[in-house]
Every structure is written in structure tokens, then in C-alpha cells.
Design a protein around this ligand. Structure first.
Ligand code: ADP
Length: 399
């Protein structure tokens, strides 16, 4: 079955068409600047060149129409008609407590996703716009929602509670939810396969290190803790997000800098993290690694602080699970940066971690990067959230 996987943001839409049997991507692309000037579709058929079509996209419906037109185009398309797309899988950021797994979309589910929008006011409404546009244009195609939060719904209460009056959880659902769940789930399953074991017998720590970054503790196949919280702001120091901090800082910045609460939140989300720490040098780790290697102080401090925070979470999750069998690195930085992996592993002597420096140089493939006698295994597992969504969709429709 051909499954169209859609990840819809407020002004962008990423898509992949995946064959659920072969698990190959037949085409993929991106609509940019939806609803603003200069909108364009970037489309690429498997093995083909990127094609760029500049055309006004006043809304998501027009964007999805352009995606459908490209996929069914006689020359550059990959399916002869819309009816050959068997299912659409939508990535949804927040499923609250309502969704602990993926679901087939219907009116009730859409209404429930709407109620979760208070928890993710930037993301869920954009995801819903994509769902509505697809339903209008493909009314007969089944659709599935896959939630970033769902995998972490197995966390025990002590891991998801904040130390604030309990009534705020009861009244507003203020608790830790966690994100990147599709990736943490996919990577932990794959790591078990690579280690030749069952997930049900392993304690794993997954480090999803991209622009947004999170760590999770996956015990016997279930998430028992993760570093992001109510929103994706908590946890690690990220590209531009602060991660964990003392809440009193918010008031202090607002007072001293004469900023509103909204402005301070913008600073914590968009101007902080390694970008802020490096004095604005870069949020991109390729630049920061160069700066680190050249001993540029701004780069050195940003990289050190980032690495330390990851190592600290690994320690915390080892304690939470009373041990760890494997530590997995994934996402842009986790998959590609031998330096960052090595600096993190420098903290893990107490786990008997020994890196194989040659294996650590590899990229883009499932690899055990620790030596055979390392007490704890360390792995690189490239994530594939789109494939995970397509698998979820196919499995749900087969039920
Ligand atoms: P997101 O999906 O959250 O936007 P990605 O998973 O694509 O993020 O990761 C982006 C990050 O990965 C960037 O900071 C980028 O610099 C880093 N990255 C990508 N390739 C490399 C590389 N070869 N070396 C170091 N960092 C890299």
C-alpha cells in the first residue's frame, strides 16, 4: 500500500510517499512559505533530481493539492491516480493523555486533537489544518494520526509530575508529556534488533540529538522517562531552546530587560540553547564543532555545556532504570557527529563504556560504536520518523 506521510507545520508541509511492503520512499518533498509570499514546492522522486515549483499557496489545501498533482503527474509522478494512495499518516505533536497510541482519524479524534491544542498552541492547530485539507481533497482515503507524545504515556506518575500544586494538573493537564516519541520508539526497537536481543529484555537510553533534542529511558520496551516536558522546551540545551532552568529566571529577565512574558518565552525558545550560549555564533553544530576544534571560547563553552547536560541525563536515567544495557545516538547530530558522541562517552567510564574510535567514525547506518568488551553498548541508529508513521498506519489499517 502507498502511504502518504504528512508533517504539517504552520507555514510548511513535509511529505513522503512510502510503499508499506517494500518500505521504500517513492517520492518526497516539502511545501514552504504556505500563506506567505514566495511559496514553493520542492519535489523529488526516488532516484530523481529535485524539482522546484514556485506557485502561490494561500493555504494548506492548495499546498496539498500541489503535492497530489506532483505525485500523480504523468511525467514526474509516481502513482497513476489518487486512488492508489491507500492511506495518509499525519504526524501530530500533542496527544495529551488521551492518546497513548496511534489512531484512525474520525470526527471524534479530530475534536480530541483540538482539545489538546491548549497544550501545543503552535503545533496542533497547524497539524489539524493539514488533516482538514487532506480530508477535503481525499475524502475516501483513510487517515491515521501518529502522536509525538504517545510513546511516553507509559511514564510512571513520579516521572511526569511537576512539583507544583496538584490542582494545576487536574485543572489544566500541567504535567510532563515528552516528545519525539515516534523517534524514541523506532530507535529503541531497532537498537534491540541490532543488539540481537528483545526490547522486552533491555534497558536503553535513547539520545535524540537534533535541533530539538531529548533523551529517553526505555525500559523493557516502554518509555519510563524523557527529558522534554509539558512542551519541548524542557530538558537538554538545544539549538535555540534553553532546556531546564530555574523558573525564577523568567521573572528576572522580564524585569531587568523590560520584556513581556511572551518576549521572554520567545528568548528561551528561539535565542537560547547553544545559539545563545555561543554569543550568537551559531545554532548549527557543524559551526560549533569547528569553533570547538579551533578553541574559539564561545564554541567551546556551548559544546561543553551541551555535552555535559546530555551526560547528566544519561546518569539520571541509568539511576531511574537501575542500570542500562545500551545507549543509542540518533537525529542530525547524534547520527553524524563523532566528536559529540565521543565527548559524551568520556563521561561514561563508570558504565564501563569503551568506544571503538573506528566504528565511531561511521555515519548514516546502524552501528555498534562501542568495543566488544564495553560493559555498556553504545549505538548509532539513524532515526526514520516517516517510516515509523507509515508502519503505524499500515498496522492500524490491517487491524
Ligand atoms: P531537527 O529535525 O530537529 O531540525 P536534525 O535532526 O535535522 O534537527 O539535526 C540538525 C542538527 O544536526 C544541526 O545542529 C546540524 O548541525 C547537526 N548536524 C547535521 N549534520 C552534522 C554533521 N555532519 N556534523 C555535526 N552536526 C551535524
Amino acid at each position: 500500500m502507498n502511504i502518504l506521510v504528512i508533517n504539517c507545520g504552520s507555514s510548511s508541509l513535509k511529505f513522503q510517499l512510502i510503499d508499506s511492503e517494500s518500505e521504500q520512499v517513492s517520492a518526497k518533498g516539502l511545501c514552504e512559505r504556505i500563506g506567505i509570499t514566495g511559496s514553493r514546492l520542492v519535489y523529488q522522486k526516488a532516484g530523481g533530481e529535485k524539482q522546484i515549483t514556485e506557485s502561490p499557496m494561500p493555504d494548506h489545501k492548495k499546498a496539498i493539492q500541489m503535492v497530489i498533482d506532483a505525485l500523480t503527474d504523468q511525467e514526474s509522478g509516481v502513482v497513476s491516480s489518487l486512488s492508489l494512495i491507500g492511506c495518509v499518516g499525519h504526524r501530530i505533536v500533542h496527544g495529551g493523555e488521551r492518546f497513548a497510541s496511534s489512531v484512525v482519524l474520525d470526527d471524534q479524534v479530530i475534536a480530541a486533537i483540538e482539545t489538546c491544542s491548549t497544550l501545543a498552541p503552535l503545533h496542533n492547530p497547524a497539524n489539524l489544518t493539514g488533516i482538514r485539507a487532506c480530508r477535503e481533497l481525499m475524502p475516501d482515503t483513510p487517515m491515521v494520526a501518529v502522536f509525538d507524545t504517545a510513546f511516553h504515556q507509559t511514564m510512571p506518575e513520579e516521572a511526569w509530575l511537576y512539583g507544583i500544586p496538584y490542582e494545576y494538573y487536574e485543572k489544566y493537564g500541567i504535567r510532563r508529556y515528552g516528545f519525539h516519541g515516534t523517534s524514541h520508539s523506532y530507535v529503541s526497537k531497532r537498537a534491540a534488533e541490532v543488539m540481537g536481543k528483545k526490547s522486552s529484555e533491555l534497558k536503553l537510553i535513547v539520545c535524540h540529538l537534533g535541533n530539538g533534542a531529548s533523551v529517553s529511558a526505555v525500559k523493557y520496551g516502554q518509555s519510563v522517562d524523557t527529558s522534554m516536558g509539558l512542551t519541548p522546551l524542557e530538558g537538554l540545551i538545544m539549538g535555540t531552546r534553553s532546556g531546564d532552568l530555574d523558573a525564577a529566571i523568567i521573572e528576572l529577565i522580564a524585569h531587568r530587560e523590560g520584556r513581556t512574558l511572551e518576549e521572554v518565552m520567545e528568548i528561551l525558545n528561539k535565542e537560547s540553547g547553544v545559539l545563545g550560549l555561543s554569543g550568537g555564533l551559531s545554532s548549527d553544530f557543524r559551526d560549533l564543532e569547528d569553533a570547538y576544534c579551533e578553541n574559539v571560547p564561545q564554541g567551546v563553552r556551548a559544546v561543553r555545556a551541551f555535552v555535559y547536560r546530555v551526560a547528566k541525563y544519561i546518569g539520571a536515567y541509568t539511576a531511574a532504570m537501575n542500570g542500562v544495557d545500551g545507549i543509542c545516538f540518533t537525529a542530525g547530530l547524534g547520527e553524524n557527529s563523532a566528536l559529540i558522541r565521543s565527548l559524551i562517552c568520556d563521561y561514561l567510564g563508570y558504565l564501563g563504556v569503551q568506544l571503538d574510535q573506528e566504528q565511531n567514525k561511521k555515519r548514516g547506518q546502524d552501528t555498534i560504536i562501542s568495543t566488544p568488551d564495553s560493559k555498556t553498548a553504545v549505538l548509532v541508529i539513524p532515526t526514520n520518523e516517516e517510516l515509523a508513521i507509515a508502519r503505524e498506519a499500515a498496522a492500524l489499517l490491517q487491524k
